[in-house]
Design a protein around this ligand. Sequence first.
Ligand SMILES: [Zn+2]
Length: 527
Amino acid sequence: MFEVVAEDHLGRIGRLRTRGGRVAETPLFLPVINPVTQDIPAGWMKENLGAEAVITNAYIILRRLRDEALRRGVHGILAFDGVVMTDSGGYQVLEYGGVEASPEEIAELQEEMGSDIAVPLDIPTGLCSREKAEESVEKTLRNLEITIEFLRKRGVRRCLWAAPIQGGIHLDLIHRCANREKVMNFDLYALGSPTPLMEGYRFDKLFQMICAARSAVGFGKPLHLFGAGHPMIFPFIVALGVDMFDSASYILYARDDRYMTETGTIRVEKLDYLPCCCPICSKMSAAELRQLPRDERIKMLAMHNLYICFMEVRRVKQAIRDGRLMELLEQRARSHPSLYQGFIEIMRNEDLLRLMEEGAPTSGRRGVNLYDEVSLRRPLVRATRKKLLENCLAGRARGGEALLLPETMRLSLEKASRLPENLDILFYGSPYGLIPLGLRYTYPFSQTNYPKALLDERLDELLAEAVKQFEAAGYKRAYILKPETRRLERFEMELARRLRELGVDVMELESLKELVGGAGGGDGRNV
Ligand SMILES: [Zn+2]
């Protein structure tokens, strides 16, 4: 039903197969469609955006289109043959105070009209007190039990059933809810996100909720996020382990005259230019967009907003394939201080980082770009340093000697073989610490790019890492070749000083000639 085909940290590309045999690739963005108004038809989304899935509301269908749904199926109503997920309508409870339907009625309709992915009637927590949140969790769990029992009695299931995880910002409640659901035999999980969090840009809270849900349910089944809001958070929720997410913001923003970009939202009246080349924006100027009749303008804005959402999903997928999802996060985090805040908290969460390190890519088709100290906290960097320390360097030398060369120097294995045999060759001055010659030209060492300012700004940290590795390796003597370029001068001097402090016998070399000079050594510089 769900198969993971590529991974980058906790983000993954997967293939979801429904009981009816429809297939969609995750991370999957499902635009919300009102089944009555169908402002932008699902067919248009498929044709123009390659939409593989949409989500609509079972409760609205029950109240307004029940007979037609039973006759034509939900795919008939939407004129869409892709994956259709139906939300139970529990959200209406939050918005309008109640639903007049039982869990059984909602479940039966979803099965009968052929939803690909169905959600039992739940009680969304929203943003509320702990007491109320607890109540919503208990009521939701009771509804889930009723639904499961109903489905058991019915026999064959047509839908994949998603277990809604409630609890709002109360992380222990999310844990409790998810843990109880794990034994209920659902096909996937769906975390309820309180819309006010998004509107208030409380991304840090949202990210914590996702982590709580993911850690509770594990990684075997897909995790959906209800109400993912703006595309600026798509890379983040995917990196935290969300496989699917829906959003109505494309149309809600359009009705409010708001124009999406991948990093924010701009009011239409403030736009002098349309910073996008989608088919909508290519056809008209900002002034022309403003002058359209309201209904037409909403439609154009909604379509443009959808293009932005789908483009961002593709970008996220490519980043996963390239092993560069965290890099995309670093760039996107700069979209808004609140997003940066949420990101920094991700990068300071030791438990989460350890979990991410396990999924850090071990190979990549494209280079690794590091920018600043936040980059150095990336799970890939941490995992690589750890591997160097524990697998490659610990106990390596047993009292031997090391030759430390500047990271900027190129040394082929053939040339290295002309150096004295008892020397272990390591490169200094990299963000990963000391790199043994045998690994120097492998991933990620040979493909890592970073500004030289990073070395100066984080000198202490990088030196400490190198010294720790050197100490763990157990060398008693070090020959350090001074760098030819100024970039590494400070690094080299400090490294020599700290190693001496450690009691290591350090020789600083002006050139390799000093090491291999004499009989047969030739010109050291040319080694
Ligand atoms: Zn556009």
